[in-house]
Design a protein around this ligand. Structure first.
Ligand SMILES: *Cc1c(COP(=O)(O)O)cnc(C)c1O
Length: 384
């Protein structure tokens, strides 16, 4: 099965018909426990925190998409990250990119730092890797492209350095999805997703998953999944699996719509800078062209003018909904400084190059001419 193309794997990867009825979609196994015919003699299913067939169908599907052997699903993207960190020793040293999802930053600095783990945040594209990732590093956390500045880091190069010092490499592949980037093939040990975003794709589920082809990592993730228990419910697993079936189609449309919007923004006199790695002027262009097969549907840009204007722009669109999150079929717009990244201290945001007026778009799959007209409208409405 896994030598099929990605478009096919979205639908068939790791799937089989339900054995009792032949149901083509796995049923929602809405049960907490399973009957045992004799004490401790069971079907392989004992208790639903430990095993649930609906969840397992999702785990197998996404594992094949990422080229992993194992998928381990969680109740949110941050629950997946939390669980991965719980597999590390208490004194783990973690190196993390300096532009990460705000919630990841908060989890590392406000929750795990006080348990004795240490975290450093830096730009892997400007810090020499032997300095960025010193001997004794336990885990490198790489988000690429990053949220919200769309910085691109070289996964293969970071992986080579991780292997030299015996560190694990985890890649948050939420933005690119396996359709455009497959980190395990580039040397990562674990891929983590917020399935809330593109994988589910319909803005109606919060979920997360970790994928790996490393048996020891798989075993410790599976242990934490059961021991700490941050599992998704069967309905959420089922909805996410349903979403994944159209992932390849959706990503193609997200991306072609994004290309039209990037072209419009890049040409606009009132846009100071566009962040999108497809642009040859983008610092991530060379690495992105090498390690990604597409650039996705996320765009950030700096509008000329005040923060007030950027706020007005976000409040003036009609099709783009002003909301956090991303990756759904509908277009969203947001202001990271006051919304998704408000948990990152202001001076730290500025040091990273995240301006207060930065606007982030999650381009949906609507008709591109309607989206462009909506942005035109917001441009003039925000000028007034
Ligand atoms: C949303 C997001 C997360 C966190 O996922 P949740 O499902 O909200 O817990 C992690 N990484 C990235 C890149 C995200 O966009």
């Amino acid at each position: 099965m896994s030598d099929h193309k990605l478009d096919t794997l979205c639908i068939h990867g790791g799937q089989h018909h339900e054995p009792v009825t032949g149901a083509v979609m796995p049923p929602v196994f809405q049960t907490s426990t399973y009957a045992q015919e004799w004490p401790a003699k069971h079907t392989g299913y004992e208790y639903a925190r430990t095993q649930n067939p609906t969840r397992e169908a999702l785990e197998r599907c996404v594992a094949t998409l990422e080229g992993g052997t194992d998928g381990v699903a969680f109740g949110s993207g941050l629950a997946a990250t939390t669980s991965l960190l719980h597999t590390l020793p208490a004194n783990a040293r973690v190196v993390c990119g300096d532009d990460v999802y705000g919630g990841t930053f908060r989890l590392f600095t406000k929750v795990f730092e006080k348990t004795g783990m240490t975290f450093s945040f830096l730009d892997f594209s400007t810090t020499p890797l032997d300095r960025a990732i010193p001997e004794g590093t336990t885990l490198v956390w790489l988000e690429t492209p990053t949220n919200p500045l769309l910085k691109v880091f070289d996964i293969a190069a970071v992986s080579a350095r991780c292997k030299a010092v015996g560190a694990l490499l985890a890649v948050d592949n939420t933005f690119a999805t396996p359709i455009f980037q497959r980190p395990l093939a580039l040397g990562a040990d674990v891929v983590v997703h917020s399935t809330t975003k593109y994988l589910n794709g319909h803005s109606d589920v919060v979920g997360g998953i970790a994928l790996t082809a490393n048996p020891a990592v798989a075993q410790s993730l599976r242990f934490i999944q059961n021991a700490a228990g941050a599992v998704p419910g069967p309905w959420d697993a089922w909805l996410t699996l349903r979403g994944v079936k159209t992932l390849a189609l959706r990503m193609a449309r997200h991306q072609s719509n994004a290309h039209q919007i990037v072209a419009w923004l890049a040409d606009h006199g009132e846009v100071a800078r566009v962040y999108y790695p497809l642009l040859p002027s983008d610092p991530g262009f060379a690495v992105a062209s090498r390690q990604m097969s597409g650039f996705g549907g996320m765009i950030s840009f700096d509008l000329v003018g005040s923060l007030r204007r950027a706020e007005k722009f976000c409040a003036s669109t009609r099709l783009f909904t002003c909301a956090e999150s991303l990756g759904g079929v509908e277009s969203l717009i947001e202001l990271p400084a006051t919304m998704t990244h408000a948990s990152v201290p202001a001076e730290q945001r500025r040091a990273r190059g995240l301006s207060d007026g930065l606007i982030r778009l999650s381009v949906g799959i609507e008709d591109p001419s309607d989206l462009l007209a909506d942005l035109e409208h917001a441009m003039s409405a925000s000028r007034a």
